[in-house]
Design a protein around this ligand. Structure first.
Ligand code: ADP
Ligand code: MG
Length: 421
């Protein structure tokens, strides 16, 4: 994490590259101005002393220190403040991308929900016992990092010998348990194997539960329903995103019912459910092709491609390693307000850079003619030049007092949700 933060601060921003190019021209222009000043004073018949002082003032006043400091100081202060707030920015490009973000795509399981799942219902078919179903599912899941696995493994009780684990991201798992091939996963996975889910098994009694099916050697043994709780901060965090003018989309591999229940409770208008991992990335790309600037927030292996495809990828705390690797920003705090904070901090940082650049340019443009006309003594020019740098640095340092969420009064967003829907 420390290495990531270092790399971010050493990275060169696009705006910095632009400033570097402008500076290269600016230096030549200023040297030219100084030479012209000197010659003009001499031609005007004045003594060389005055001309020399005026040319010197031009050089001093135009020393582009403030211009050079404008971008890096703001970026360092912004990225540093982010780290304090649990928002690790991996590169300056990420910060620049977040300014334009207008759509936030949120994964459900493990992102909006805690990912601490609990078994709510066990529904074996006739001839299979509760215990056996849980034992087989738990053993097969013991090779998985998924939140479902963390609930199913402890629920299994005693441990059966298992091996040959395979994770099918966003679909389920396969393993060999006590000598037989076990598959645990969504209906689509079992159906792809040519199995039919008995009609009585497919609908869960628990509204909003995630259902996984268990099969052994081509035979469906039953279903397990698991429930998950929303993160405490989820509702307020989504409302804050809306307040920032961002559209929200719920993107999940879970079935429609569970997705709708969560979206409704959080006020998210747009829902894409039952999505396969490759389709998550495709949906993000489609949104981008439709002209939206997309931030994706996710935690799972199945989110990695979508995180990488988005303009800005954010991985939540406790996510899988792969998600953290694919993301541009890692949120190391549990609280989902970090998403809105990241966007606001990026906007503030870029506004600060713009302010700094405008100030530094305006100052040079105003002071150069005065210096050339001999109205600024070199000593005053030196003081003014330092002062402008101090102003730019102080302006950047104001980012250190950027305050996280809760600074704006809460507003009713129910009408907004309708627009978004
Ligand atoms: P989300 O997109 O909400 O994070 P996932 O894509 O991780 O959800 O999971 C989508 C669906 O795939 C789950 O609802 C479940 O049916 C199935 N699934 C994924 N991983 C597993 C697993 N390890 N065991 C069983 N089922 C799984
Ligand atoms: Mg997830």
């Amino acid at each position: 994490m420390a290495a990531l933060a270092d790399r971010a601060q050493a990275d060169k921003a696009n705006v910095q590259r632009l400033v570097d190019r402008v500076c290269a021209v600016f230096v030549l222009v200023v040297l030219g101005c100084a030479a012209v000043t000197l010659v003009a004073w001499a031609l005007a018949g004045d003594d060389w002393g005055h001309g020399f002082a005026a040319a010197l003032s031009v050089l001093i006043i135009a020393c582009p220190c403030a211009l050079g400091l404008a971008t890096p100081t703001a970026l360092m202060a912004g990225i540093g403040r982010g780290a304090q707030l649990g928002i690790l920015v991996k590169g300056i490009g990420a910060l620049e991308a977040s300014r334009a973000v207008d759509t936030v795509v949120l994964d459900k399981t493990g992102t909006l929900t805690t990912g601490r799942m609990a078994v709510a219902d066990v529904r074996p078919v006739a001839g299979t016992s509760h215990e056996e179903l849980l034992r087989l599912a738990g053993a097969a899941e013991s090779g998985s990092e998924h939140p479902l696995a963390s609930a199913l493994v402890p629920a299994a009780g005693d441990v059966l010998p298992a091996g040959d684990f395979r994770t099918l991201a966003g679909l389920g798992v396969r393993a060999v348990v006590a000598g037989s091939a076990i598959t645990v996963g969504r209906a689509a996975l079992l159906e792809a194997d040519g199995l039919t889910i008995p009609p009585g098994l497919s609908s869960s009694l628990v509204d909003s539960a995630t259902t996984v099916f268990v099969a052994r050697e081509g035979e469906v043994l039953g279903a397990v329903d698991l429930t998950d709780e929303l993160r405490d901060s989820a509702r307020a965090a989504v409302a804050e995103l809306h307040r920032l003018g961002l559209r929200t989309v719920l993107l999940t591999g879970d079935h429609e019912g569970a997705a709708r229940a969560v979206a409704q409770r959080l006020g998210i208008g747009e829902v894409r459910a039952g999505v396969l991992p490759a389709d998550k990335a495709r949906i993000v790309r489609e949104l981008r092709e439709a002209g939206r600037c997309v931030a994706m927030v996710g935690d799972g292996i199945n989110d990695a491609a979508a995180l990488a495809s988005a303009d800005l990828g954010l991985a939540v705390a406790d996510g899988t390693d792969l998600a953290m690797k694919a993301a541009d920003v890692i949120l190391v705090r549990e609280d989902l307000h970090a998403v809105a904070d990241a966007v606001r901090l990026a906007r503030r940082t870029l506004a600060t850079i713009r302010g700094n650049l405008v100030w530094a340019f305006a100052y040079n443009v105003a002071a150069l003619p005065l210096a050339a006309l001999g109205l600024l003594n070199p000593l005053i020019a030196g003081a003014a030049m330092s002062l402008s740098s101090v102003l730019v640095v102080s302006n950047s340092m104001r980012l250190r007092s950027f305050s996280p969420h809760g600074t704006q009064p809460a507003r009713d967003t129910s009408t907004m949700d309708q627009d978004i829907g």
